[in-house]
Write a protein that binds this ligand. Structure first.
Ligand code: BTN
Length: 315
Protein backbone atom coordinates (compact mmCIF):
# COMPACT_ATOMS: atom_id res chain seq x y z
CA UNK A 1 0.00 0.00 0.00
CA UNK A 2 2.82 2.40 0.93
CA UNK A 3 4.39 1.71 -2.48
CA UNK A 4 1.15 2.53 -4.28
CA UNK A 5 0.81 5.84 -2.44
CA UNK A 6 4.39 6.72 -3.33
CA UNK A 7 3.78 5.84 -6.98
CA UNK A 8 0.82 8.23 -7.11
CA UNK A 9 2.77 11.02 -5.42
CA UNK A 10 5.77 10.47 -7.70
CA UNK A 11 3.64 10.76 -10.84
CA UNK A 12 2.06 14.07 -9.97
CA UNK A 13 3.79 17.45 -10.07
CA UNK A 14 1.69 19.22 -7.46
CA UNK A 15 -0.38 18.19 -4.44
CA UNK A 16 -2.72 15.19 -4.66
CA UNK A 17 -5.79 15.16 -2.46
CA UNK A 18 -6.47 12.38 0.02
CA UNK A 19 -9.74 11.81 -1.81
CA UNK A 20 -8.04 11.12 -5.15
CA UNK A 21 -5.54 8.71 -3.55
CA UNK A 22 -8.32 7.03 -1.63
CA UNK A 23 -10.37 6.49 -4.83
CA UNK A 24 -7.38 5.22 -6.78
CA UNK A 25 -6.31 2.56 -4.29
CA UNK A 26 -9.54 1.94 -2.43
CA UNK A 27 -8.62 2.68 1.18
CA UNK A 28 -9.98 5.30 3.61
CA UNK A 29 -8.44 8.73 4.04
CA UNK A 30 -7.59 7.85 7.63
CA UNK A 31 -5.66 4.81 6.40
CA UNK A 32 -3.81 6.99 3.90
CA UNK A 33 -2.80 9.33 6.67
CA UNK A 34 -1.38 6.39 8.65
CA UNK A 35 0.67 5.23 5.65
CA UNK A 36 1.95 8.78 5.04
CA UNK A 37 3.08 8.87 8.66
CA UNK A 38 4.94 5.56 8.21
CA UNK A 39 6.57 6.83 5.00
CA UNK A 40 7.79 9.94 6.81
CA UNK A 41 9.29 7.72 9.50
CA UNK A 42 11.10 5.83 6.70
CA UNK A 43 12.70 9.10 5.58
CA UNK A 44 10.37 10.23 2.77
CA UNK A 45 9.75 13.96 3.00
CA UNK A 46 6.04 14.44 2.25
CA UNK A 47 4.40 17.86 2.40
CA UNK A 48 0.72 18.24 3.30
CA UNK A 49 -1.62 21.21 2.87
CA UNK A 50 -5.16 21.53 4.10
CA UNK A 51 -7.61 21.27 1.20
CA UNK A 52 -4.83 20.36 -1.27
CA UNK A 53 -3.47 17.04 -0.02
CA UNK A 54 0.00 15.52 -0.18
CA UNK A 55 3.16 16.09 -2.20
CA UNK A 56 6.39 14.06 -2.31
CA UNK A 57 9.25 16.47 -1.67
CA UNK A 58 12.21 14.15 -1.30
CA UNK A 59 13.03 10.43 -1.14
CA UNK A 60 15.57 9.47 1.56
CA UNK A 61 19.28 10.02 0.77
CA UNK A 62 20.11 6.71 2.38
CA UNK A 63 18.93 3.38 1.03
CA UNK A 64 16.25 1.42 2.87
CA UNK A 65 14.96 -2.11 2.35
CA UNK A 66 11.55 -0.69 1.52
CA UNK A 67 12.95 1.69 -1.11
CA UNK A 68 14.77 -1.21 -2.79
CA UNK A 69 11.75 -3.52 -2.64
CA UNK A 70 9.59 -0.95 -4.32
CA UNK A 71 11.87 -0.26 -7.30
CA UNK A 72 12.55 -3.94 -8.08
CA UNK A 73 10.88 -5.76 -10.96
CA UNK A 74 11.27 -9.33 -9.74
CA UNK A 75 9.10 -12.38 -9.04
CA UNK A 76 11.09 -14.19 -6.34
CA UNK A 77 14.20 -12.27 -5.31
CA UNK A 78 13.92 -9.19 -3.09
CA UNK A 79 10.19 -9.31 -2.36
CA UNK A 80 11.53 -8.63 1.13
CA UNK A 81 14.80 -6.79 1.67
CA UNK A 82 16.39 -6.27 5.07
CA UNK A 83 18.91 -3.46 4.81
CA UNK A 84 21.42 -2.74 7.58
CA UNK A 85 24.18 -0.20 8.11
CA UNK A 86 26.18 -2.81 9.99
CA UNK A 87 25.84 -6.49 10.93
CA UNK A 88 28.31 -9.18 12.00
CA UNK A 89 27.74 -11.15 8.81
CA UNK A 90 24.78 -11.04 6.41
CA UNK A 91 25.10 -14.82 6.01
CA UNK A 92 24.76 -15.23 9.80
CA UNK A 93 21.73 -12.93 9.85
CA UNK A 94 20.15 -14.74 6.86
CA UNK A 95 20.71 -18.15 8.46
CA UNK A 96 19.12 -16.97 11.73
CA UNK A 97 15.90 -15.93 9.99
CA UNK A 98 15.84 -18.37 7.05
CA UNK A 99 13.33 -20.84 8.46
CA UNK A 100 10.68 -18.13 9.01
CA UNK A 101 11.35 -16.19 5.82
CA UNK A 102 10.05 -16.78 2.32
CA UNK A 103 12.45 -17.82 -0.42
CA UNK A 104 14.01 -14.79 -2.11
CA UNK A 105 14.37 -12.66 1.03
CA UNK A 106 17.61 -10.71 0.85
CA UNK A 107 19.79 -9.42 3.70
CA UNK A 108 22.10 -6.53 2.79
CA UNK A 109 24.59 -4.58 4.84
CA UNK A 110 26.99 -1.70 4.19
CA UNK A 111 29.52 -3.00 6.71
CA UNK A 112 30.20 -6.42 8.28
CA UNK A 113 32.11 -6.72 11.52
CA UNK A 114 32.75 -10.50 11.16
CA UNK A 115 32.42 -11.14 7.44
CA UNK A 116 33.21 -14.74 6.55
CA UNK A 117 34.97 -16.06 3.46
CA UNK A 118 35.40 -19.55 2.01
CA UNK A 119 37.37 -22.20 3.88
CA UNK A 120 36.99 -20.51 7.27
CA UNK A 121 38.73 -17.32 6.18
CA UNK A 122 37.79 -13.82 7.22
CA UNK A 123 36.17 -11.54 4.63
CA UNK A 124 37.26 -7.97 5.18
CA UNK A 125 34.06 -5.91 4.85
CA UNK A 126 34.69 -2.16 5.10
CA UNK A 127 32.30 0.64 4.13
CA UNK A 128 32.25 1.22 0.40
CA UNK A 129 31.65 -2.46 -0.32
CA UNK A 130 28.26 -4.13 -0.27
CA UNK A 131 27.45 -7.43 1.42
CA UNK A 132 24.43 -9.40 0.27
CA UNK A 133 22.87 -12.73 1.31
CA UNK A 134 20.07 -14.47 -0.56
CA UNK A 135 17.76 -16.95 1.17
CA UNK A 136 16.86 -19.68 -1.34
CA UNK A 137 14.66 -22.76 -0.99
CA UNK A 138 14.92 -24.62 -4.28
CA UNK A 139 13.24 -27.98 -4.63
CA UNK A 140 16.40 -29.92 -5.48
CA UNK A 141 18.33 -32.72 -3.76
CA UNK A 142 21.02 -31.51 -1.31
CA UNK A 143 23.89 -32.78 -3.48
CA UNK A 144 22.89 -30.26 -6.14
CA UNK A 145 23.21 -27.29 -3.77
CA UNK A 146 26.63 -26.27 -5.25
CA UNK A 147 24.75 -25.45 -8.47
CA UNK A 148 23.47 -22.33 -6.72
CA UNK A 149 27.03 -21.02 -6.63
CA UNK A 150 27.15 -21.34 -10.42
CA UNK A 151 23.81 -19.54 -10.68
CA UNK A 152 25.02 -16.73 -8.42
CA UNK A 153 28.43 -16.19 -10.00
CA UNK A 154 26.83 -16.13 -13.44
CA UNK A 155 24.20 -13.61 -12.30
CA UNK A 156 26.90 -11.33 -10.90
CA UNK A 157 29.30 -11.49 -13.83
CA UNK A 158 26.46 -10.80 -16.28
CA UNK A 159 25.26 -7.90 -14.13
CA UNK A 160 28.74 -6.34 -14.14
CA UNK A 161 29.04 -6.69 -17.90
CA UNK A 162 25.61 -5.11 -18.39
CA UNK A 163 26.79 -2.06 -16.42
CA UNK A 164 29.70 -1.41 -18.74
CA UNK A 165 30.44 -3.52 -21.83
CA UNK A 166 34.13 -2.72 -21.50
CA UNK A 167 34.36 -4.39 -18.08
CA UNK A 168 36.33 -7.58 -18.56
CA UNK A 169 34.54 -9.51 -15.79
CA UNK A 170 35.30 -13.22 -15.53
CA UNK A 171 34.60 -16.10 -13.13
CA UNK A 172 37.58 -17.78 -11.51
CA UNK A 173 36.66 -21.29 -10.41
CA UNK A 174 35.03 -22.01 -8.07
CA UNK A 175 33.37 -18.67 -7.44
CA UNK A 176 35.51 -15.54 -7.48
CA UNK A 177 34.67 -12.72 -9.83
CA UNK A 178 37.67 -11.01 -11.37
CA UNK A 179 38.10 -7.89 -13.42
CA UNK A 180 41.34 -7.76 -15.39
CA UNK A 181 42.58 -10.60 -13.21
CA UNK A 182 41.86 -8.84 -9.89
CA UNK A 183 39.21 -10.02 -7.43
CA UNK A 184 36.12 -7.83 -7.17
CA UNK A 185 33.80 -10.29 -5.46
CA UNK A 186 33.64 -13.56 -3.56
CA UNK A 187 30.73 -15.91 -2.92
CA UNK A 188 30.06 -18.11 0.12
CA UNK A 189 27.25 -20.67 -0.25
CA UNK A 190 25.95 -22.33 2.92
CA UNK A 191 23.50 -25.20 3.08
CA UNK A 192 21.06 -26.33 5.74
CA UNK A 193 19.51 -29.69 4.94
CA UNK A 194 18.73 -33.17 6.15
CA UNK A 195 19.80 -36.18 4.09
CA UNK A 196 17.02 -35.89 1.53
CA UNK A 197 15.71 -32.39 1.66
CA UNK A 198 17.09 -28.88 1.64
CA UNK A 199 15.77 -26.56 4.34
CA UNK A 200 17.44 -23.52 2.86
CA UNK A 201 20.55 -22.32 1.08
CA UNK A 202 22.15 -18.98 1.92
CA UNK A 203 24.25 -17.49 -0.87
CA UNK A 204 26.45 -14.65 0.40
CA UNK A 205 28.05 -12.26 -2.06
CA UNK A 206 30.58 -9.60 -1.11
CA UNK A 207 31.25 -6.95 -3.76
CA UNK A 208 33.97 -4.29 -3.70
CA UNK A 209 31.77 -1.54 -5.04
CA UNK A 210 33.22 1.80 -3.98
CA UNK A 211 35.81 0.31 -1.65
CA UNK A 212 38.90 2.46 -1.11
CA UNK A 213 42.00 1.17 -2.93
CA UNK A 214 44.03 1.06 0.26
CA UNK A 215 41.42 -1.09 2.03
CA UNK A 216 42.03 -3.80 -0.60
CA UNK A 217 44.97 -6.14 -1.14
CA UNK A 218 47.14 -5.85 -4.31
CA UNK A 219 45.17 -8.73 -5.81
CA UNK A 220 41.81 -6.99 -5.32
CA UNK A 221 40.00 -4.22 -7.16
CA UNK A 222 36.71 -2.32 -6.90
CA UNK A 223 34.02 -1.41 -9.38
CA UNK A 224 34.75 2.25 -8.71
CA UNK A 225 38.39 1.77 -9.73
CA UNK A 226 37.45 -0.15 -12.86
CA UNK A 227 34.68 2.21 -13.95
CA UNK A 228 36.50 5.37 -12.96
CA UNK A 229 33.59 6.76 -10.95
CA UNK A 230 31.52 6.13 -7.84
CA UNK A 231 28.82 3.54 -8.42
CA UNK A 232 25.28 4.04 -7.07
CA UNK A 233 24.54 1.30 -4.51
CA UNK A 234 20.85 1.54 -5.32
CA UNK A 235 21.38 1.10 -9.07
CA UNK A 236 23.85 -1.74 -8.60
CA UNK A 237 21.51 -3.60 -6.24
CA UNK A 238 18.53 -3.10 -8.52
CA UNK A 239 20.43 -4.52 -11.50
CA UNK A 240 21.97 -7.39 -9.56
CA UNK A 241 18.79 -8.51 -7.78
CA UNK A 242 16.75 -8.28 -10.98
CA UNK A 243 19.32 -10.25 -12.92
CA UNK A 244 19.65 -12.80 -10.11
CA UNK A 245 15.87 -13.24 -10.27
CA UNK A 246 16.05 -13.99 -14.03
CA UNK A 247 18.92 -16.47 -13.78
CA UNK A 248 17.38 -18.20 -10.75
CA UNK A 249 14.00 -18.59 -12.49
CA UNK A 250 15.74 -20.00 -15.56
CA UNK A 251 17.48 -22.51 -13.27
CA UNK A 252 14.29 -23.50 -11.44
CA UNK A 253 12.41 -23.95 -14.72
CA UNK A 254 14.99 -25.48 -17.06
CA UNK A 255 17.77 -26.83 -14.86
CA UNK A 256 21.50 -26.16 -14.87
CA UNK A 257 22.59 -26.99 -18.46
CA UNK A 258 22.13 -23.59 -20.13
CA UNK A 259 23.52 -21.86 -17.02
CA UNK A 260 26.66 -23.99 -17.27
CA UNK A 261 27.11 -23.00 -20.92
CA UNK A 262 26.94 -19.32 -19.97
CA UNK A 263 29.19 -19.92 -16.96
CA UNK A 264 31.82 -21.51 -19.24
CA UNK A 265 31.60 -18.58 -21.64
CA UNK A 266 32.51 -16.29 -18.75
CA UNK A 267 35.14 -18.52 -17.18
CA UNK A 268 38.68 -17.33 -16.53
CA UNK A 269 39.87 -20.81 -15.56
CA UNK A 270 38.90 -23.31 -18.26
CA UNK A 271 41.52 -24.10 -20.88
CA UNK A 272 44.36 -22.94 -18.62
CA UNK A 273 47.12 -24.81 -16.81
CA UNK A 274 46.43 -24.43 -13.12
CA UNK A 275 47.60 -25.35 -9.68
CA UNK A 276 44.85 -26.01 -7.13
CA UNK A 277 45.50 -26.01 -3.43
CA UNK A 278 42.76 -28.12 -1.87
CA UNK A 279 42.02 -28.95 1.77
CA UNK A 280 44.69 -31.67 2.04
CA UNK A 281 46.15 -31.99 -1.42
CA UNK A 282 47.58 -29.94 -4.26
CA UNK A 283 46.68 -30.70 -7.87
CA UNK A 284 48.25 -29.50 -11.09
CA UNK A 285 46.97 -29.86 -14.62
CA UNK A 286 44.83 -28.50 -17.41
CA UNK A 287 41.42 -27.13 -16.34
CA UNK A 288 39.32 -28.96 -18.95
CA UNK A 289 35.72 -28.53 -17.93
CA UNK A 290 33.25 -28.35 -15.04
CA UNK A 291 30.63 -30.96 -14.27
CA UNK A 292 26.95 -30.27 -13.57
CA UNK A 293 27.65 -29.53 -9.90
CA UNK A 294 30.51 -27.19 -10.60
CA UNK A 295 33.38 -29.60 -9.82
CA UNK A 296 36.47 -28.83 -11.91
CA UNK A 297 37.60 -31.55 -14.31
CA UNK A 298 41.37 -31.48 -14.32
CA UNK A 299 43.58 -33.31 -16.83
CA UNK A 300 46.73 -34.42 -15.04
CA UNK A 301 48.99 -36.45 -17.34
CA UNK A 302 46.83 -39.22 -18.80
CA UNK A 303 44.22 -39.06 -16.06
CA UNK A 304 41.19 -36.87 -15.55
CA UNK A 305 40.22 -36.07 -11.98
CA UNK A 306 37.44 -34.05 -10.38
CA UNK A 307 38.31 -31.34 -7.90
CA UNK A 308 35.49 -30.11 -5.69
CA UNK A 309 37.04 -27.10 -3.97
CA UNK A 310 40.32 -25.27 -3.65
CA UNK A 311 42.28 -22.14 -4.48
CA UNK A 312 43.38 -21.81 -8.06
CA UNK A 313 46.55 -20.17 -9.32
CA UNK A 314 47.81 -20.08 -12.89
CA UNK A 315 50.94 -22.03 -13.79
C1 BTN B 1 35.35 -15.76 -0.50
O1 BTN B 1 35.78 -15.32 -1.55
O2 BTN B 1 36.07 -16.30 0.35
C2 BTN B 1 33.87 -15.63 -0.22
C3 BTN B 1 33.51 -14.33 0.42
C4 BTN B 1 32.04 -14.18 0.72
C5 BTN B 1 31.73 -12.90 1.44
C6 BTN B 1 30.27 -12.65 1.57
S1 BTN B 1 29.90 -11.00 2.06
C7 BTN B 1 28.25 -11.40 2.30
C8 BTN B 1 28.23 -12.75 2.97
N1 BTN B 1 28.38 -12.62 4.41
C9 BTN B 1 29.52 -13.18 4.84
O3 BTN B 1 29.90 -13.21 6.04
N2 BTN B 1 30.20 -13.69 3.82
C10 BTN B 1 29.49 -13.52 2.56
Amino acid sequence: MKSKILEILEKSEGYVSGEVISKEIGISRAAIWKHIKKLRELGYEIGSKTNEGYKLIKTPDYLTGFELERILFTDIIGKKVLFFEEVDSTNNKAKQIASEEKEGTVVISEVQTSGRGRRGREWNSPKGGIYISFILKPNIPPEKAPQLTLVSSLALVETLKSMDKKLDAKIKWPNDILIKGKKISGILTELSSDIEKINHIVVGVGVNLNTDKNALPETGTSLKTEMGENVSIKLFLKLFLEHFDLVYKEYITNGINKIIERWKFNSDTLGKKVKIIGMNETFEGLAKDIDENGALILKTGEKEIKVYSGDVSLR
